[in-house]
Design a protein around this ligand. Sequence first.
Ligand code: DGL
Length: 287
Amino acid sequence: MAASNPIGIFDSGFGGLTIMKEIVQKLPKYDYIYLGDNARAPYGNRSFETVYHYTLECVEWFFKQGCPLVVLACNTASAKALRTIQQNDLERIGPGNRVLGVLRPTTEVIGNYTESRSIGILGTTGTVQSGSYEIEVHKFFPDIKVYQEACPMWVPLIENNEHHSKGADFFVKKHLENIIEKGPGIDTLLLACTHYPLMMDKIVEYAPIGTTVISQGEIVANSLGDYLRRHPEMEERLSKGSTKHFYTTDSPADFDQKASIFYGEEVNARHLDLNAGHKHPADVPPR
Ligand code: DGL
């Protein structure tokens, strides 16, 4: 059974586990529910309407499980759906509840990393096309030049455990050359996708020497800790039993098999059927 008032962590699939890992390490006393919408992943190439619709459906499910606070650990969902959910839906679906994303925590500190004031954002096609990173960075640091590059092959390489293979080098090199060509002064690269930290070694290898390569997990975890300190009314609502429950909209067996690559330890997921009227999911075996 899920704990009464856990923190919800959402991703299109496995990738958000890289963020959850850091959050749990930093804030171990809370209860957590993770949901990966694997049946409809990847979100990276989907339209605004689709990502918004899918994300909203999952956020509603978290609220029905008793989560007062949901973190969209997915960059694509944060970039394309978060603002609309916060502005148009939150009051109706969960008054008093909160949904946070991964863009703001990262963009509000990115200016502390760059000296050249030129940064590169590496993300999915959806994240890049949304333009959300550029808008958010300029809210905090109007002087920073933002260059972006979509790397659509990186997620499938990682999900197929091919990211350490020679074949992966081609796609890593290609996208790093592209972004440096766009912005030759770039001194900081942000891995704006949940999966990319798993390829950190290769990305650093092909980035120009001296480039700072930033992944988001620790930044998001620190920002959440800070948020809870600043919002005691939310902190008090969260249950504190250190439990972790994992759900996937696809096969739990597949989820468990791949999840440890992202989470660093074994997980035991349950199946969630979103068509089952948002009831608390039963332990349905994989089909
Ligand atoms: N979780 C997504 C993100 O961070 C990557 C995987 C996908 O495309 O669904 O953008």
